[in-house]
Write a protein that binds this ligand. Sequence first.
Ligand SMILES: Nc1ncnc2c1ncn2[C@@H]1O[C@H](COP(=O)(O)OP(=O)(O)OP(=O)(O)O)[C@@H](O)[C@H]1O
Ligand SMILES: [Mg+2]
Length: 256
Amino acid sequence: MPVPMPMKNSQLPSLNAGELAVHVTGITKAFGKGNASTLALKGADFEAQLGELQLIIGPSGCGKTTLLSVIAGTLVPDAGDVRVLGEMLTELGKGEVTDFRRRFIGFIFQQFNLIPTLNLTENASVPLLLNGAGRRKAEKAADEMLERVGLAGRGKHYPRQLSGGQQQRVAIARALVHDPRLIICDEPTSALDRETGHQVMELLQGVARQADRSVIVVTHDPRVYEFADRIAAMEDGRVLGNRPAAEALPEMAAHH
Ligand SMILES: Nc1ncnc2c1ncn2[C@@H]1O[C@H](COP(=O)(O)OP(=O)(O)OP(=O)(O)O)[C@@H](O)[C@H]1O
Ligand SMILES: [Mg+2]
């Protein structure tokens, strides 16, 4: 596992057994104004449990990335409550939300969002550096994480020298390097072949099975379903249902 973080004031509000990792209610979010506005979320309710890998599925444009951004605190909703790891994000100031996210959340972006001017080791060490770790320690942890996603010895390369799947694995290493409590993944296997996708999902599942962790995965990739503990379905700005995978999967299979 990644090295433990040197953190100041890092105590999370203590989470009680059975408390939710994520609990959002009544989220609305519009982009743009007037005739050009899009209502991306229309009163979305969603929860994710500690110790579980939670999938979110749904058609393109239904609001999945928007919902993840709200949970990560990078997007402020127009209405609704956002409770993450026991903190009501909608009641915190902007700086406090940023600080909270840096410490406790790892995010794998749909478009990877690697920094082109940094090599892979540097890219993967960013979350540790932002949390005040020293450079050598951060880069050592980053290289260990790169090794775990199958990129051993590639640390000195730059993102432009990599295939899409390799870039995606750097994004995954960066999301995990600071050992976050909540990992939010937007299509984490979209660029990966079957074997690599399987390895990445095993890694994420291993994290999710820790009692005080939670992993949320948005996906269009049916190969990911078998790793889910629960599956939520989104449609047109709302979450329609959220069920144990054991219930949801046979039904989904019957429809295909
Ligand atoms: N920054 C933005 N400005 C304007 N509209 C936006 C913005 N971001 C999202 N939208 C709109 O909000 C809706 C939901 O977008 P979102 O990216 O959340 O969908 P998604 O479910 O993640 O889709 P996909 O599966 O294609 O990634 C879409 O209609 C989209 O066009
Ligand atoms: Mg999206």
